[in-house]
Design a protein around this ligand. Sequence first.
Ligand code: GLN
Length: 261
Amino acid sequence: MTAITVGVLALQGAFVEHIQLLHRAAQSIANGPRKALHQPPHFTFLEVRNADELQACDALILPGGESTSISLIAERTALLDPLRDFVKVQRKPVWGTCAGLILLAESANKSKQSGQELIGGLDVRVQRNYFGRQVESFEADLDLPFLESPFHSVFIRAPVVEKVLPPTNAVSAEKSPDTVLAPPRQATNAPVEILGRLPGRARAIRDKTTTAEELGEDGDIVAVKQGNVFGTAFHPELTGDERIHAWWLTEVVRLKSERIG
Ligand code: GLN
């Protein structure tokens, strides 16, 4: 039986909730009525706080929380560069939720100039707090192409993917005073796939007299994947629904077998 260790970055934020849902997802993979994997591996789930723990992992989740705090603590604990190496050089599977998505973006708007470092890995520009303040948090049902039925999603001071960038470090020309950029990384040919949109939702929320239908937009991008890197603007770990975790674990297994195979 293959052994797979999945870490959750445990510097700040909702890491405990991710670990709980990972356990449920592993069970659903093993016991599900239609097995997603022929031979479910043995999963170990680990809270990651230092470079040694990170190196023990085959895959990693960056939780929601406060991206500035997470990056500051990662910098102080000398984890930033090992994280960049894990994501962009070793190219192991990584999933960021909310603040985690911000950290995985190559570029972020509305970031504090001091103290916001990015890990990068996703050729996108995100805008922090796009959906408003804490009191403007909301829930919405999302259609995701890898799930059979909609996923009830929780958005808390969530970012949006405001732009898919040209691949690999072509972002430097776009730097504006309140934009921070992740440092260079190894090139990838993987395209950015848009996996989730919130139809016309943000403006409909802000301007309560306008409906999403009236806006006629494609919708705000809230889930993306590029090769080994997956990001969601919402918090599946706060819902109790383990389906995205189960799907992502099967992706982790697939990517690991491709590496070995
Ligand atoms: N707005 C937060 C940030 O910028 C993210 C919020 C969240 O993870 N729920 O980091």
